[in-house]
Design a protein around this ligand. Structure first.
Ligand code: IPE
Ligand code: IPE
Ligand code: MG
Length: 244
């Protein structure tokens, strides 16, 4: 069992599912006179640190936004670097996820990725089946709208092919999303200073608590995460009801 290293008081409530928009890599690099791609390399390293910390403090699910359906608009060199980093990261994950007790899943339109990346994603998913416990979801070529559209298409196909006769409910629809089987995020964190959702988990964030910080993703430490969790604990989640 991993050693609990949290500085949070023992027994304090930890969000079951944390989602993070990994933003601010480019500005982090620019501030240091480095190319944007240098920021992405540091940002990718930071993911591992934060993911292991989440595992250690008892978070069940961490979902990170690593590459959006809109990020293809970036200069081709930057896209290439991001794909190379993802490739490297998935290779490492394949080697370490069982040892680390970290079940990795990829959410997004995998078919839009290179054949090599697709093979790595398939391998990652295969290994993930053997792992129980903490789950890290990487959103890759992910868009919230695209997620909803692919779910609707998939349901329509199942209906037409007689694979389902179930009436569409919110619960059933959720099962068609990339995040099928994963509870909605309790806390959504966006570092990097922007206060928008940028097409992240649109359906899944219906009742998530949002936390925005100016800290850039490569500077986002476990202490910053503790701060976000502390703020989350002060929130009063009503889900449209009234407090009794
Ligand atoms: C986040 O950092 C990484 C991706 C979106 C892939 P950015 O590259 O968006 O960094 P900024 O927002 O330009 O600083
Ligand atoms: C959101 O960041 C996407 C990811 C972090 C993967 P962006 O940097 O792409 O978002 P905008 O362009 O500021 O909205
Ligand atoms: Mg950005």
């Amino acid at each position: 069992m991993p050693v609990k290293q949290t500085k949070l008081p023992a027994g304090e409530y930890v969000p079951r599912h944390i989602a993070i928009i990994l933003d601010g890599n480019g500005r982090w690099a620019k501030k240091r006179g480095l190319p944007r791609t240098a920021g992405h390399a540091v940002g990718a390293e930071n993911f591992r640190k934060i993911a292991l910390y989440c595992r250690d403090i008892g978070v069940d699910y961490l979902t990170v936004y690593a590459f959006s359906t809109e990020n293809w608009k970036r200069p081709s060199d930057e896209v290439k670097t991001l794909m190379r980093l993802l490739n490297k990261y998935l290779h490492e994950a394949i080697d370490t996820m069982e040892r680390d007790g970290m079940k990795m899943r990829v959410f997004g339109d995998v078919e839009g990725l290179s054949p090599e990346l697709q093979a790595l994603v398939a391998r990652t998913n295969e290994i993930a089946k053997r792992i129980d416990g903490f789950q890290a979801n990487i959103c890759l070529n992910y868009g919230g709208r695209a997620d909803i559209v692919q779910a609707a298409q998939h349901y329509a196909r199942d209906l037409a092919e007689g694979k389902t006769d179930r009436e569409l409910t919110e619960e059933l629809f959720s099962d068609y999303l990339y995040s099928s089987g994963v509870p909605d995020p309790d806390l959504l964190i966006r570092p990097g200073g922007e206060q928008r959702i940028s097409n992240f988990l649109l359906w899944q964030c219906a009742y998530s608590e949002f936390y925005f910080t100016d800290v850039l993703w490569p500077d986002f430490t476990t202490e910053e995460l503790d701060k976000a969790i502390a703020v989350f604990r002060q929130r009063d989640r009503r889900y449209g009801g009234v407090k009794v």
